[in-house]
Design a protein around this ligand. Structure first.
Ligand code: R7I
Ligand code: MG
Ligand code: MG
Length: 321
């Protein structure tokens, strides 16, 4: 793949995630909605203001860039700094409690075990994992390890860690496929199936395959979920992508139409779609409305530089076509 295309996919991923979040935020916690209504809503919005999903994605990107890879203490402190400067972004209940514990001296790798039973299985670590999928897109072993570790700062339950790894892996698979090459849905699902280590996710991935072509959205929600829990949102987001491969707009609109945790499901679906199709597939009128867009794009560019400098032998990258 040429450098220009790969860079466009890094940008598409982070901008695609942020726009999905900003659009979906308007329907979070609500029921299903017709796609036409979402179109009308998106036209009316003057600015796409993002929520905790993007705020924490920015934190992951900042920390990976500043540390030139994963550093748990640094990432935890980055989350805390960002949360304290903008606590109104709609954070889930768990992370702020963990941030307070870490500030009181609890180590970053053990604080998350102290909430819920065995840690949170909310989708808060999967929703922010896209930069990890970008940086480690060449190596699924490393990608899994860093997805697990970055999850465990706030979400140490196996289901949250596995959900984050699966979402990062879906981003990496999308990034690795040139945008003009068709994605074979069943082959993509088989790769997810082989990657997943947890039985519940394996079952959800099997349901994804059965649902391909399903027109009734209630069946999709009944089988995959639209909730705040990682296993009831990560497979749904990947399904939204797989069922709308050629259009970022259709993918994100469909995700929001399912109702429930719409900002998060649309953000995760948008990250995968953007990583496949690239930044130019995202409608200009949506990009123009995104809050803090220049900064999000700058982070994507830095991740691209680090990923390609460190990990790709130059001869593997073709020159511009
Ligand atoms: O996962 P988290 O950061 O929340 C993310 C969500 C996204 O939708 C964002 O857009 C934002 O709105 O919030 O926050 P957590 O508190 O870790 O988990 C979210 C929810 O998952 C909790 O409030 C619980 O309802 C549920 N949950 C659990 N319930 C029972 N037992 C998570 N873990 C458990 C558990 O172990
Ligand atoms: Mg949110
Ligand atoms: Mg949400």
């Amino acid at each position: 793949m040429c450098r220009g295309k790969l860079k466009s996919k890094f940008l598409g991923c982070l901008v695609g995630a942020a726009i999905g979040d900003g659009l979906g935020a308007w329907r979070e916690g609500k029921g299903m909605v017709k796609r036409e209504e979402i179109e009308l809503l998106t036209d009316r919005l003057e600015q796409l203001t993002y929520t905790d999903d993007t705020h924490m994605t920015i934190g992951v990107a900042e920390s990976l860039i500043e540390s030139n890879g994963f550093d748990g203490e640094h990432m935890a402190q980055t989350f805390i700094r960002n949360y304290e400067s903008e606590p109104w972004r709609g954070y889930g209940p768990g992370p702020p409690r963990i941030f307070r514990m870490i500030k009181s001296g609890e180590p970053w790798h053990s604080a998350a075990n102290k909430i819920y039973k065995g840690g949170s299985f909310g989708n808060g670590s999967a929703m922010r994992v896209a930069p990890t999928g970008l940086l480690y897109y060449h190596n699924s072993t490393e990608l899994r390890e860093i997805a697990y570790k970055s999850s465990s700062i706030t979400h140490s339950h196996e289901l949250a860690k596995e959900g984050a790894a699966l979402q990062a892996y879906a981003v990496a698979l999308a990034l690795n496929t040139p945008p003009d090459e068709e994605i074979d849905q069943e082959a993509f699902i088989l790769k997810l199936q082989n990657f997943a280590r947890n039985q519940l996710y394996k079952e959800k991935i099997a349901s994804m395959k059965e649902l391909l072509g399903e027109q009734d959205r209630r069946q999709v929600v009944a089988a995959l979920g639209n909730g705040i829990e990682a296993p009831r949102s990560v497979p749904t987001a990947i399904y939204c992508f797989l069922s709308h491969l050629r259009s970022y707009k259709d993918c994100v609109t469909y995700a929001i139409s399912l109702g429930g945790d719409t900002d998060t499901i649309a953000s995760m679906a948008g990250a995968i779609s953007g990583a496949y199709l690239g930044i130019n597939a995202i409608p200009d009128r949506w990009r123009a409305k995104l809050e803090n867009r220049a900064y999000i794009e700058a982070l994507a560019e830095r991740l691209y530089q680090i990923a390609t400098l460190n990990f790709i032998p130059l001869q593997h990258l073709e020159q511009e076509d």
